[in-house]
Design a protein around this ligand. Structure first.
Ligand SMILES: Nc1ncnc2c1ncn2[C@@H]1O[C@H](COP(=O)(O)OP(=O)(O)OP(=O)(O)O)[C@@H](O)[C@H]1O
Length: 388
């Protein structure tokens, strides 16, 4: 069978109607260059930022149309907002990418000002709790959390991961763990474990459709239970994979848990960055130090020729981090090995621990650890609490 070319893909994408069912996405000028590698196509579609959520079905339709082409092994479409918007609404400008002159944020924990709220009760034995968050879903936050947790562990830190995404827990799948955790003395829960990493997730406790109908207060108590009533043991870092967005769960974490800091994951596109900014603002508002920004699916490295392609507008997160004065932690490429390994329960930090992707995660983890353990000592150790 003849190889599918980017021209063929564009031709196929002409069958996908534009927003508001007018014309097609190609003739409307919404589709980026199409990059094909190893039988898989990568492209982005420009939409007005404020309509991103509503136009998600369009993205999926485009991806499906290309994936179904004979000879095509896969497709990856991303929504972006950096060109002229389709519906006449004002386009959103992309922050200018530029070189960053070092990170220069060794200590993200300013002393607590006088009159500030009292420290929140911590988890006995846990030195640092860090949140990994994103403003929107699907940016690879869970994949990043799991690999960062494994990378922190590889640096010799005792690490565990808590999946706080009640509605769409992914840590069990990403770590290849299933089953129900045991209870110790009918009271405290024994965390699950794989690859030496202790893990706890709502996915181990209730079925997804049960969690779906939970409201704010239930989410809050479930989260706090998973934090406090789990036998975490002595930990240097507990990584919390937050649900996407800036809703109840994030607020609960921010208000009730002594987070040492937050890591924000974003894709390079403006859409994700706009949402990332909201997450940054939220953590700033509740005075949680920002450990930094990670750009995920940053650039695409062609598996056959090894060259790097910036199909999704690489560099946006770095420029944004610089603009808002938050450390930039690193760029994780869009790589099929990351996707395939994560989705099959063997994160790239495990399946290719010496590979280039693992190296990037380790560098990010090092920057996080340097901030948490500045001067070799814990910066914001959680106070001991006693259960009655
Ligand atoms: N750097 C990457 N390269 C290739 N694929 C990636 C990368 N990061 C994540 N992915 C893939 O993207 C998909 C979404 O990732 P993930 O579930 O981690 O996102 P998320 O932001 O946690 O999503 P949500 O919270 O909305 O469920 C997964 O299939 C994952 O394997």
């Amino acid at each position: 069978m003849a190889e599918v070319t980017s021209k063929d893909v564009l031709e196929k994408l002409k069958t996908v109607r534009g927003p508001d069912m007018e014309g097609n996405i190609v003739d409307l000028g919404l589709v980026s260059d199409v990059f094909i590698s190893d039988g898989k196509a990568y492209f982005s579609i420009t939409v007005p930022a404020e309509r991103a959520k509503e136009l998600e079905p369009l993205r999926q339709a485009a991806e499906r149309a290309v994936k179904d082409m004979p000879g095509m092994k896969g497709a990856f479409a991303a929504l972006t907002a950096d060109k002229k918007a389709a519906s006449g609404q004002a386009p959103v400008s992309r922050p200018q990418a530029g070189p960053v002159q070092g990170h220069g944020h060794a200590h993200p924990h300013p002393p607590r000002p006088a009159g500030a709220p009292a420290p929140k009760p911590g988890i006995p034995g846990v030195k640092h709790i860090i949140a990994v968050a994103s403003g929107k879903g699907g940016v690879g936050k869970s994949t990043t959390s799991v690999n960062i947790a494994l990378a922190l562990q590889s640096l010799g830190l005792k690490t565990a991961i808590l999946d706080a995404d009640i509605y769409g827990p992914s840590v069990p799948r990403l770590l290849g763990v299933s089953g129900r955790p045991q209870q110790i003395d009918g009271k405290i829960i024994k965390p699950m474990e794989n690859y030496g990493l202790k893990a706890m997730s709502m996915g181990f406790l209730v079925d997804e459709d049960v969690a779906m109908i939970w409201r704010g207060p239930m989410i809050q108590s479930a989260l706090l239970q998973m934090l406090r009533e789990v036998a975490w043991g002595d930990l240097d870092v507990l990584v919390v994979d937050m649900p996407p967005g800036t809703g109840d769960a994030q607020l609960t974490m921010a208000q009730q848990v002594p987070l040492s800091g937050a890591v924000i994951v974003s894709t390079p596109q403006d859409l994700a960055l706009i949402d990332a900014r909201k997450a940054v603002t939220m953590f700033k508002k509740v005075e949680i130090p920002l450990l930094g920004l990670v750009e995920n699916m940053s650039h695409f490295i062609c598996p056959s020729c090894g060259t790097s392609h910036d199909i999704f507008g690489h560099g946006g997160a770095r420029a944004e981090a610089e603009k808002i004065g938050v450390p930039f932690l690193g760029e994780i490429p869009l790589a099929m090995t990351i996707r395939e390994n994560s989705d099959s329960g063997t994160p790239v930090m495990v399946s290719a621990a010496d590979g280039p992707h693992a190296k990037v995660y380790r560098e990010i983890a090092t920057k996080i650890a340097d901030q948490l353990f500045a001067d070799g000592k814990a910066v914001r150790t959680a106070p001991e609490i006693i259960f009655e």
